[in-house]
Design a protein around this ligand. Structure first.
Ligand SMILES: *[C@@H]1O[C@H](CO)[C@@H](O)[C@H](O)[C@H]1NC(C)=O
Ligand SMILES: *[C@@H]1O[C@H](CO)[C@@H](O)[C@H](O)[C@H]1NC(C)=O
Ligand SMILES: *[C@@H]1O[C@H](CO)[C@@H](O)[C@H](O)[C@H]1NC(C)=O
Ligand SMILES: *[C@@H]1O[C@H](CO)[C@@H](O)[C@H](O)[C@H]1NC(C)=O
Length: 392
């Protein structure tokens, strides 16, 4: 029975004030009136009954079970996985099974503070980590971090880092390959296991925040839409996609790999056993597919996600033909990092003075994050962060 898999006392349980061990009113009364051995007997009896029938107890282990109306929500909310670390020994198959069972919707009956999951999909180190450390400083409890890196990467983070112990079991990825999407889904699956995570942002080692944490948090948790760039384009579509799951040419989309999604869409991506296999079969080992720029964008389209997706990303990249290099957006170097650059990106990233005309769930914000920033941008970024980005 599945219960045994999660029936590990978690820290949530230790903190739970509604635990069945608390003496009820009657119990306290008896304590004063009856001789001790009798009290002990009553107490043990109560404990056993509480354990076998207690609704609280059951909810703690089984977050999927709707609590009986009388049951008070437990606080902090239970996790499907001990919150201590991201390392576990589940296979992908087990992980996805668990994650697909996790509630997809916000507003489960638990009083909880929503968290934003920052999911770093990296190839090795995180050269801009000191900037991110400053960004997260003082906001403990409002975010979770997950890192997917090359499994051969041996570096680790210092114990006092917010990144310490946050690397999930990872697999090798290749540029434009299906393995990249697998890594994204693996990150989402891990993050879904923490029921407090309500927003899921995918980031790379070259991403930076361009606002402080409070702003990023407020925009993401306050928005009703997901942010997956989804552009109508038939480029790279092949009739093969229609064969198995009817992904028609009209439904085909492209867009940036870097997304910010809500719990519902994260759940769909992890539970997707219809469309993802089609991509995997048609694209395995084929760089031509550039699956990472089509999977999520097309998924929101075939799912009919409609206005629940803003169809754009909150992660800026400079694709200006004069500044990009081939199929890659501009990689900013240390000497280019100025307050003006950050200001320009905040305003939409185009020519200086251009307005950001987006009027969607992001409350007028064009971008929250930006890429690509080379490792040598770290020092200039740290210097200008307090003034240009509002933290540090
Ligand atoms: C974050 O930035 C906003 C403006 O973007 C500012 O109003 C707010 O005070 C900043 N928060 C902190 C904690 O510095
Ligand atoms: C694909 O669409 C056609 C017609 O629209 C329908 O007959 C068929 O059952 C669909 N196949 C799948 C796998 O959904
Ligand atoms: C995003 O695009 C879809 C069509 O693919 C559309 O139905 C939806 O309304 C768009 N979302 C917004 C917020 O405009
Ligand atoms: C930007 O928007 C403001 C107010 O909406 C407008 O007055 C201004 O002319 C716009 N600037 C540009 C360059 O479009």
């Amino acid at each position: 029975m599945v219960l045994s898999c999660v029936a590990k006392p978690s820290s949530a349980m230790k903190n739970d004030r509604n635990k069945p061990f608390a003496l009820p009113h009657l119990g306290r009364l008896l304590l004063y009136m009856l001789p001790f051995p009798l009290v002990l007997l009553f107490f043990s009896l109560g404990l056993v009954l509480g354990m076998t029938s207690g609704a609280n107890f059951q909810n703690l282990y089984f977050p999927f079970v709707a609590p009986s109306p009388s049951a008070k929500p437990s606080s902090p909310p239970p996790t499907l996985w001990p919150p201590g670390g991201a390392l576990h020994t589940m296979t992908d198959e087990e992980l996805f099974r668990w994650a697909s069972m996790a509630p997809k919707l916000d507003g489960t009956p638990y009083h909880r503070v929503p968290k934003v999951a920052f999911m770093f999909l990296v190839r090795g180190d995180l050269p801009l980590r000191p900037l991110w450390e400053k960004f997260f400083e003082g906001h403990h409890g409002l975010y979770s971090i997950y890192v997917h890196t090359n499994p051969s990467h041996t570096g680790s983070y210092p114990m006092d880092s917010v990144f310490y112990g946050r690397t999930i079991p990872s697999q090798r990825t290749t540029w434009g390959g299906v393995t990249l999407v697998e890594a994204e889904r693996r990150l989402l699956a891990n993050a879904l296991l923490d029921l407090s995570n309500e927003r899921f942002a995918l980031l790379s080692e070259s991403c930076i925040p361009i606002y402080n944490f409070s702003t990023v948090y407020a925009v993401l948790t306050g928005s009703k839409t997901s942010f997956v760039e989804s552009i109508v384009s038939t480029a790279r579509y092949r009739p093969l996609f229609a064969l198995r799951n009817n992904i028609s040419e009209a439904q085909w989309r492209k867009g940036s790999q870097w997304f910010e999604v809500d719990r519902a869409l994260a759940g769909e991506a992890v539970a997707d056993v219809s469309y993802f296999p089609t991509f995997r079969e048609n694209c395995a080992g084929e760089r031509f597919c550039v699956v990472d720029e089509h999977y999520m964008s097309t998924l929101v389209s075939v799912l009919g996600w409609g206005s629940r997706n803003a169809n754009r990303t909150l992660t800026f990249a400079d694709w200006d033909p004069k500044r990009r290099v081939g199929a890659h957006p501009r990689n900013h170097r240390g000497e280019e990092v100025t307050e003006e650059l950050i200001e320009r990106i905040r305003k939409g990233g185009g020519a200086p003075g251009r307005n950001c005309s987006f009027d969607d769930g992001a409350n007028g914000v064009c971008f929250l994050f930006a890429r690509k920033f080379a490792p040598d941008t770290l020092q200039p970024l740290l210097r200008l962060a307090p003034k240009a980005m509002g933290f540090g």
